[in-house]
Design a protein around this ligand. Structure first.
Ligand code: 13P
Length: 249
């Protein structure tokens, strides 16, 4: 089993002034026992990587194009993120699947591009409220897992984040039983396809993770960390979540 991981997704938030949140984190986590990643907007990737210097907090992008370069105005490639100092990139976030009509096939191509560039892909999946209420959750996430992960996924180049869409930014969190059920199914799906790598591919939970519910979530079997949105923006919220993960070891 690899090291546990907390990743912060700043989404479309943050300007230069917010780098002070990272400096505060860096001081608090000089020697973390878990991996810590912050995914700021693309405009801050390079500056954040520079500000972190040799500190053990990694920077990630929030999306990448499937191709290395070319006529794709406004897009950013995995190579460019790597060049800017990123080590990770989120692909297939539900907000991109919704806002930009990204399909599992596109997400898989982006993850392949990330791997080719030497980045670790954080591949997101998760059901809608409608799908949950129709009892389709395990089918939906099973399909997304099968279609969004490239064949070359390994414990070091791939992280899977289960983010139920209805839990994102809503303050609603699935029960520990519901999280355990989905993470158990995802682990089994990984085991079928990736054999020896399956136990090492980290499974993050994401959706309204906060300082006051983090410990309970980190106690769930097959939860290897969290992908945190709103609570990653302030070091005073993010720090206790990192602490909760360290305490769960
Ligand atoms: P919140 O933590 O704000 O619910 O966002 C979760 C998320 O979408 C992280 O990628």
């Amino acid at each position: 089993m690899g090291r546990k991981l907390v990743a912060g997704n700043w989404k479309m938030n943050g300007t230069n002034a917010d780098l002070k949140e990272i400096e505060a984190l860096g001081i608090a986590w000089a020697a973390p026992r878990v991996d810590i990643v912050i995914c700021p907007p693309a405009t801050l990737v390079s500056r954040m990587a520079f500000a972190l210097g040799g500190q053990p907090i990694r920077v990630g992008g929030q999306d990448c194009h499937a191709e290395e370069s070319g006529a794709h105005t406004g897009d950013i490639s995995a190579e460019m993120l790597k060049d800017a100092g990123a080590r990770y990139v989120i692909v297939g976030h539900s907000e991109r699947r919704a806002d930009h009509h990204e399909t599992d096939e596109m997400v898989r191509a982006k993850a392949e591009a990330a791997h080719k560039a030497g980045l670790t892909a954080i591949i997101c999946l998760g059901e809608s409220l409608e799908q949950r209420e129709a009892g389709e959750t395990l089918d939906v996430v099973g399909r997304q897992l099968a279609a969004s992960l490239p064949d070359g996924a390994t414990a070091s180049n791939t992280v899977v984040a289960y983010e139920p869409i209805w839990a994102i930014g809503t303050g609603k969190v699935p029960s520990v039983e519901q999280i355990a059920e989905v993470h158990g199914a995802l682990r089994a799906g990984l085991a079928e396809r990736f054999a020896g790598e399956a136990d090492g591919i980290r499974l993050l939970y994401g959706g309204s993770v906060k300082p006051d519910n983090a410990a309970e979530i980190f106690g769930v079997e097959n939860v290897d960390g969290a992908l945190v949105g709103g609570a990653s923006l302030k070091s005073t919220d993010f720090s206790p979540i990192v602490s909760a993960l360290e305490s769960s070891l």
